[in-house]
Design a protein around this ligand. Structure first.
Ligand SMILES: Nc1ncnc2c1ncn2[C@@H]1O[C@H](COP(=O)(O)OP(=O)(O)OP(=O)(O)O)[C@@H](O)[C@H]1O
Ligand SMILES: [Mn+2]
Ligand SMILES: [Mn+2]
Length: 653
């Protein structure tokens, strides 16, 4: 990088406390520019930036008090001393008013947390062991320097192209010697632990915090070992810690208000509660699982050091290589070579069919620059998104809902799409659509407006699905003649500061706008007079049957859907599309299938989220659980998207 380091006597921060012979600390303002924000936290914003022509990440801390400024200088002094391939490297800083900035090597998203939970990556054993081992080496390096990180968690682990981990976020890191001093001073000043003492020592992210930290003891190297173990187990299982304790089918999880923060703390500290360990039968070596358990031992002294951990991981890695060379057990073959027709029917994978269909009609695989025309002036509002989902089949025996979350729709970072499909008369249409709709959306995004692209994606998916169905009926891969599967569909698209929602059927999307529900959809059901009139005009009968208005001989309640070819064209796939500009008033978006809305009102949905941990996955799960408890008889799928930054504290407490 073409960065010049000024002579040592001038290369220092404004106070003169931070110095470096290799890292420039006083950059000329013209040498860098901040581009778009990558992540906004309570303590900082991380931007994609350019520095001397290179793409970098710039962390801009929120500095509102003189204590914040002290912390910044402390962090910078510490970062100047670090140089290890397993750490996100500080390449420059601007430590002069009015701009305080830290520049790091840029790592393409997703970070490890998003890789696990958003991309739903399930790594191989080899990949987990490799990441664990590289991470352990970076931590060993820090500990040799006398530095404890204090905030080890997947969100602070960045990945490069080869999936090599780089530990980031030194916002809480400290020299071990300073931690002791802080606490001793506090003890002395008041004779007993003060609020300040508590706060100073209890830092980090609750679910990754070792019991001694939760007891407000001092953080040691062994507390990092604990957080390391929780993180590696999360990588193995793909499960956010403590969201996995299911008493029965209805999830009762720790962070879902059945346990409060205090109860979780108490359970971790006094009852030895830990996240569910990966199952040995999942193919992970028992040696790895036992290592994880020893790393989260309640007694810090009993936890291995990173020297030991690296040795053990080395041995595990060697065994894996050896085993990989052994011949694998023969694949069990079907006894009966004669495959009957109904097997064909089961073998038909509608997810794949949907995907294939889009691929076939695609003329290029570029996804760049979707809706670049909808430009956003830098002065305009930029929402900060975080999202999560939960889906359960509830009391039903089969799951006919599907959903997708597509945070990186295009090369531009600020295009996101979320969709739910609620199948009826089988899950085929919902499975087909969950792949076809986002696929078409990407295709049409290059030529048409977001509104038109959404409508077109729904209509084209419907046509494609019905054609596919006929094709398979003709080829006898489907033998049931009078089978007319369908699904309702909702898709929310965020393009910079604009939200577009397309809906066909009775899924719903609502915004929390200035604290009040702001519906983005209308239910398309036969009990709605306007819809009823439309269907009748299109030539299909609507009758009061049993308890409500229903369409055609199929007696469908919804009046718009994908599929349902026996009711076309009256039951149209043409969605209603609504557009709105997002502002600071918009807190979050909830998208869900009717399994939620049947029993939970828009207002209740808002108030439930208000008193739930501000973590979108948790909120989704809490809403679905609430619906199940209120007697919803349907499949339930919920997606929650926060539209404003949520601080670490809000996410946990
Ligand atoms: N060098 C980088 N390259 C790419 N992305 C980065 C980089 N550094 C940080 N990020 C992204 O920004 C996010 C926040 O960064 P960081 O953890 O340093 O900030 P923070 O304000 O301390 O956040 P928190 O305390 O909530 O964890 C990371 O989880 C990561 O996704
Ligand atoms: Mn972080
Ligand atoms: Mn942080």
């Amino acid at each position: 990088m073409g960065l010049e380091v000024p002579p040592e006597e001038t290369n220092r921060c404004v106070r003169g406390c931070c110095r470096s012979a290799v890292i420039p600390l006083h950059l000329p303002p013209a040498s860098f520019s901040l581009l778009s924000p990558i992540a906004r936290g309570s303590e900082s914003t991380v931007y994609e930036a350019r520095l001397a022509g290179e793409r970098v990440a710039a962390k801009k801390p929120v500095l509102s008090t003189s204590e914040d400024l002290d912390k910044f200088h402390y962090q910078l002094q510490l970062l100047c001393e670090l140089d290890h391939p397993g750490l996100a490297k500080l390449i420059a800083a601007h430590a002069h008013p009015p701009n305080y900035l830290l520049f790091f090597d840029f790592f393409e998203p997703p970070n490890l947390a998003d890789k696990i939970h958003v991309e739903e990556w399930s790594p191989s054993v080899q990949q987990v062991v490799a990441i664990a081992s590289d991470l352990a080496k970076a931590l060993q390096y820090l500990h040799i320097l006398g530095v404890v990180h204090r905030d080890i968690k997947p969100a602070n682990i960045l990945l490069d192209k080869d999936l090599y981990p780089h530990l980031a976020d030194f916002g809480l890191a400290m020299f071990q010697k300073d931690i002791k001093r802080v606490s001793v001073e506090n003890w002395k000043s008041s004779g007993k632990p003060t609020g300040g003492f508590h706060k100073k020592n209890m830092v980090g992210t609750l679910i990754y915090m070792a019991p001694e930290i939760l007891r407000k003891d001092i953080h040691t190297e062994k507390s990092d070992v604990y957080s390391f173990a929780i993180s590696i187990n999360e990588l193995l299982t793909g499960v956010v810690p403590y969201t996995d304790l299911r008493a029965e089918a209805q999830a009762h999880t720790v962070l879902e208000m059945t346990y409060t923060e205090q109860q979780l703390t108490a359970a971790v500290v006094s009852q030895g509660l830990r996240p569910a360990l990966a199952l040995p039968k999942s193919g992970f070596p028992s040696t790895l699982l036992s290592l994880i358990q020893r790393c989260w031992d309640p007694d810090p002294e009993k936890r291995p050091s990173f020297d030991d951990i690296i040795d053990e991981l080395n041995i595990i890695q060697k065994h894996l290589v050896l085993n990989a060379c052994l011949p694998s057990s023969p694949v069990s073959k079907s006894q009966n070579g004669n495959i009957e027709a109904h097997h064909y029917q089961e073998a038909l994978n509608w997810f794949n069919q949907g995907e294939l269909f889009v691929k076939r009609s695609e003329n290029s695989d570029l996804t760049e620059n979707l809706w670049s025309g909808c430009s956003n002036q830098s002065s305009e509002y930029h929402p900060t998104l975080s999202w999560g989902s939960f889906a359960t089949c509830g009391r039903r025996e089969t799951m006919e809902d599907t959903h997708f979350m597509l945070p990186h729709m295009s090369e531009e970072k600020d295009v996101f799409a979320f969709g739910i499909f609620d199948g009826h008369r089988g899950s085929a249409a919902a499975e087909f659509s969950v792949r076809a709709v986002p696929g078409f959306l990407k295709q049409f995004g290059r030529g048409t407006s977001p509104m038109d692209a959404l409508a077109e994606a729904f209509v084209r998916t419907d046509i494609a699905f019905r054609e596919e169905l006929i094709l398979h009926q003709k080829s006898k891969r489907i033998i049931r003649k009078d089978w007319h599967p369908g699904c309702t569909a909702v898709t929310a698209l965020v393009v910079r500061n604009k939200l577009f929602v397309a809906n066909a059927g009775d899924c719903r999307a609502i915004l929390s706008r200035a604290g009040k529900p702001f519906p983005m959809t209308k239910d398309h059901v036969a009990s709605c007079p306007k819809e009823r009139e439309r269907v009748i005009k299109a030539g299909t009968e609507v009758k009061w049957q049993i308890d409500t208005w229903r369409v055609g001989t199929a007696a469908l309640q919804v009046t718009r859907s994908i599929g349902d070819d026996d009711l076309k064209p009256a039951v149209t796939a043409q969605p209603e599309v609504v557009e709105t500009a997002l502002s600071d008033d918009d807190e979050f978006l909830v998208v869900a299938s009717d399994g939620l809305w049947d029993v939970v009102s828009n207002e209740d949905v808002l108030s439930i989220i208000k008193d739930t941990v501000k973590e979108p996955g948790m909120c989704s799960k809490r809403l679905a659980t609430e619906a199940a408890e209120r007697g919803s008889k349907d499949n339930i799928t919920v997606i929650v998207v926060f539209l404003r930054p949520v601080s670490t504290a809000e996410r946990i407490y």
